[in-house]
Ligand binder design. Structure first.
Ligand SMILES: NC(=O)c1ccc[n+]([C@@H]2O[C@H](COP(=O)([O-])OP(=O)(O)OC[C@H]3O[C@@H](n4cnc5c(N)ncnc54)[C@H](OP(=O)(O)O)[C@@H]3O)[C@@H](O)[C@H]2O)c1
Length: 321
């Protein structure tokens, strides 16, 4: 099979390394370049074996790749996305720079693949969703699309993430001694950056509701579990049926009877979702539980689903469900 060359910017970061690992195992793609900043020239081990050597970002020829993944920090990404586009490459931007709710997103599909598949297929640039929004929005999709949320309601998203969600840059509050045997909230009071894209998508889907988002830091490396409480316009006779119908045939969404756990999704490109009716409350209310690996379905895996579509390949090629 002829292999299509793709490149990774920010390859030395957590999301970038995950992308390099997926590309190296991908039957239809070859790694044209893996670019880094301070780690230029270094060789690093990849998550599931193999290794990669990083080149300086300024030294790579962006046009050598048919498609470039930008796994650069927000703010730094948009300039390199523009350069890659000018060099003729398609781009999947994993940063927030081109996501809805963050400005500069006109006409750029928000790559929540199970929602925007058709737009992604014909796009030259796709904004890959954030990790928390991927978990929360996939869980919420059947309710938002079906208009089942009570008017003026507050959707409460409480979610916890492993520390790779914060990236590789050294930080005192992310030292092992600070996070181990500990659990805390952060970015509270509506301050977390991911809230903007979640609110923007809920608005696009015509939900008349407030979104409250409380992220927490888990003392583990990878995984996000979102617990979402949603007041309903009317009771649902068969809540699970709604999710099963919406995601029927979706190979990367697992609708399960049991509550999802992080060890079931780690290193896999899946969202595992279940719902429960809440008893003993006056407003009909559902709880939705959604678990993903933040680096796979929440970043590199979903980016590869989008890239496969943009390159005319099978959406699941090279991905582990
Ligand atoms: N981590 C997640 O769970 C996750 C999930 C979804 C989306 N994302 C998004 O994906 C992007 C990468 O996240 P991450 O967690 O992988 O971050 P990270 O671990 O901090 O990695 C950042 C990468 O960007 C490079 N870099 C930083 N500043 C640069 C600059 N000015 N020019 C060129 N390269 C530069 C770094 O190179 P050096 O290390 O060599 O300096 C590194 O390769 C972010 O936009 C993030 O929001 C992350």
């Amino acid at each position: 099979m002829h292999k299509i060359p793709v490149g990774v910017l920010g390859a030395s970061g957590y999301a970038g390394r995950e992308l390099c690992a997926i590309i190296q195992a991908h039957p239809g793609l070859s790694l044209a370049f893996a670019a880094a900043n301070s780690q230029r020239g270094e060789t690093a081990a990849l998550p599931l074996g193999g290794s990669v050597t990083f080149r300086a970002t300024d030294d790579v020829r962006l046009g050598d790749a048919a498609l470039v993944f930008s796994a650069l920090p927000h703010g730094a990404s948009s300039e390199w996305v523009a350069r890659a586009r000018a060099a003729g490459a398609k781009v999947v931007d994993l940063s927030s720079d081109h996501r809805i709710g963050n400005g500069a997103s006109d006409g750029i599909p928000y790559g929540l693949t199970e929602l925007r598949r058709d737009a992604v297929r014909s796009a030259d640039l796709v904004a890959n969703p954030g990790c928390y929004p991927t978990a929360a929005l996939l869980g919420l999709l059947p309710l938002l699309e079906g208009g089942h949320v009570a008017k003026g309601a507050r959707i409460d998203i409480s979610a916890a993430s492993g520390v790779t969600g914060a990236g590789l840059s050294p930080r005192l509050d992310l030292l092992f001694g600070e996070i181990t045997e500990n659990f805390r909230a952060y970015g509270v009071g509506g301050a977390h950056r991911h809230l903007k894209e979640m609110r923007a998508l809920a608005t696009e889907l015509r939900a008349d509701a407030d979104l409250l988002f409380t992220p927490h830091l888990l003392p583990i490396a990878r995984g996000i579990l979102a617990t979402i409480t949603v007041p309903l316009a009317a009771p649902l006779a068969d809540p699970m049926g709604l999710w099963r119908d919406r995601f029927a045939g979706e190979r990367f969404i697992e609708v399960t009877d049991e509550l999802p756990e992080l060890r079931q999704v780690q290193h896999r490109n899946v969202a595992r979702i279940t719902v429960r009716t809440v008893e003993g409350v006056r407003t009909p209310t559902l709880q939705v539980f959604s678990a993903i690996d933040n680096l796979v379905k929440g970043a590199a895996g979903q980016a590869m689903q989008n890239a496969n579509l943009m390159l005319g390949l099978d959406e699941g090629l090279g991905l582990r469900a």
